[in-house]
Design a binder for this molecule. Structure first.
Ligand code: SAM
Ligand code: SF4
Length: 319
């Protein structure tokens, strides 16, 4: 569907749970979150109906996210059923990778097209620090499991945090010289309460990557990709820069988000939400149509002092 600013909305991000097995400092409170009543959350059938409504309105790409999607018990069934919805060409997933050793093969068999795996550091101690509880080896094993299961074009998402991992930019980028991997540097976004502990120096523009690596050359990005792509002249993989803070991409935003408690969010950084929980399909379709039509032209500028207006932490939205 075309929105009122002539953007074609073709990408639905479905958060299947707010829960997670990590506690990343920029995304989740240390104590985790209060589990909401089961009855307040979308059922699997409602999620699939929402995907069907999206497809009727022109969505062809679905990303399953969370919280951590792989802690959701019925995740394989959600993937499999979504992949069979007419009109959905691609079902992708963003995961922290911890449970991929157990799930990679079954996800592939269920019809998952591609994976984005989040990994902010290659140092085990720093990984434990930023995730509060995580074990780096598990994620590395998860990345290997994804490859062994036949996933290709896997992307590694790195949230750039000044004073934490900016000293690893070159090492991470170097991985793309000999490996066919896509490393994507994402600017830290000032969400909810979780990022307020990060001082102004944590917000570094991804332009820093190009300053450190002037030999990178730009390459065309696939249509609809928010990352600007680069590679080393002799590189096998790619480096992507995602700039939600230094240079927002609202004018080409093709996405709509659905939270696990059934709220459609036309814009990540706005608290405007439309509830679809409990609605029959015809009504859900109308609410989704209205939500897409109401998608704002752009969000306010973001910075350490201008916080996101999302009204939720990132674990409740899905990135
Ligand atoms: N648990 C999964 C994971 O970590 O990949 C999926 C959900 S997570 C909310 C989705 C993405 O959002 C991850 O790549 C994560 O690093 C990113 N993210 C979370 N909070 C962020 C923030 N404040 N700024 C930028 N990216 C953030
Ligand atoms: Fe969990 Fe992903 Fe948030 Fe980290 S970024 S706490 S892995 S939902």
């Amino acid at each position: 569907m075309i929105d009122r600013y002539s953007r074609e909305i073709s990408y639905l991000r479905l958060s299947v749970t707010e829960l997670c097995n990590l506690r990343c400092r920029y995304c989740m409170p240390e104590e985790g979150i209060c589990k909401k009543a089961h009855t307040d959350m979308l059922t699997e059938d409602e999620m699939i109906t929402a995907v069907e409504c999206g497809a009727i309105l022109g969505v062809n790409k679905l990303r399953i996210t969370g919280g951590e999607p792989l802690v959701k018990k019925n995740i394989l069934s959600i993937v499999e059923r979504s992949a069979h919805v007419p009109g959905i060409k691609e079902v992708c997933m963003t995961t922290n990778g911890v449970l991929l050793p157990e799930y990679a093969r079954d996800l592939k068999a269920a019809g998952l097209s591609r994976l984005n795996i989040s990994l902010d550091t290659l140092n085990a101690e720093k990984f434990r620090y930023i995730t509060r509880v995580g074990d780096l080896d598990r994620v590395i094993t998860g990345i290997e499991a994804a490859e062994a299961a036949g996933f290709t074009n896997t992307k590694i998402n790195v949230v750039l945090i000044g004073g934490f991992n900016d000293d690893e930019i070159c090492d991470m980028a170097e991985l793309t010289r000999n490996l066919k991997v896509n490393i994507r540097f994402i600017e830290l976004m000032p969400m909810g309460d979780d990022t307020s502990a990060f001082g102004p120096s944590a917000y570094i523009p991804s332009q820093r990557v190009l300053e450190l690596l002037p030999e990178l050359i730009p390459v065309p990005s696939p249509t609809g990709d928010v990352a600007k792509r680069y590679r080393f002249p002799d590189g096998k993989g790619h480096i992507g820069l995602i700039t939600p803070v230094s240079n927002h991409f609202c004018s080409t935003c093709n996405r709509i988000r659905l939270t696990s408690d059934g709220k459609l969010k036309p814009c990540l950084h706005s608290s405007t939400e439309y509830s679809i929980k409990g609605l029959p399909k015809e009504e859900m379709l109308e609410v989704m149509r209205n939500a897409i039509w109401s998608k704002p032209e752009k969000h306010d500028p973001l910075s350490h002092s201008c916080r996101s207006g999302a009204g939720r932490d990132m674990n409740q939205i899905g990135g």
